[in-house]
Write a protein that binds this ligand. Structure first.
Ligand code: IDP
Ligand code: MG
Length: 143
């Protein structure tokens, strides 16, 4: 599978009323939305999602931020989805992100950086299944 990735519009994106603008930029870049919902991460769910960062200095703040308000996970489809989506969002630190990327345009800090994108095909599959069951994705897309 190299045609799917998971985006999450993070709490700062929702607080800044940017759901529409960011989703439009994603769709304009050729991504098809397969699934989209608004959820609130519990601390345990956020810790599970970011388990790879457990123990890092920013971990506790990251969990606090990701549970501070609603998030919008979006399952996306496009050729070479993971890599193309990472290009579209830009570097983790918006100060280092390229002009025109979503993080450069809208993010305030390395923590509050508007959007998540999967970093490998393997993680994309795992992360999509965190928020959308296979059955649900098939059903909502009419298959
Ligand atoms: P990514 O989102 O670009 O893949 P990761 O290194 O996987 O970046 O980090 C996950 C998230 O943790 C980032 O998007 C950001 O919200 C937060 N984060 C990463 N590095 C730092 C840091 O050095 N300080 C504060 N927050 C960080
Ligand atoms: Mg990452």
């Amino acid at each position: 599978m190299n045609n799917k990735t998971l985006a999450i519009l993070k709490p700062d994106c929702i607080k800044k009323n940017l759901i529409g603008k960011v989703t439009a930029q994603i769709q304009d870049a050729g991504f098809k939305v397969l699934g989209m919902k608004m959820i609130r991460l519990t601390p345990d769910a956020a810790k599970g999602f970011y388990e790879v960062h457990n123990g890092k200095v920013f971990f506790d703040n990251l969990i606090e931020y990701m549970t501070s308000g609603p998030c919008v996970p979006i399952a996306l489809e496009r050729e070479n989805a993971v890599e193309e989506f990472r290009k579209l969002i830009g570097a983790t630190d918006p100060a280092k992100a390229e002009e025109g990327t979503i993080r450069k345009l809208y993010a305030d800090s390395i923590q509050e950086n508007i959007v998540h994108g999967s970093d490998s095909n393997e993680n994309a599959a795992k992360e999509i299944s965190h928020f959308f069951s296979r059955k649900e994705l098939l059903e909502i897309n009419g298959l």
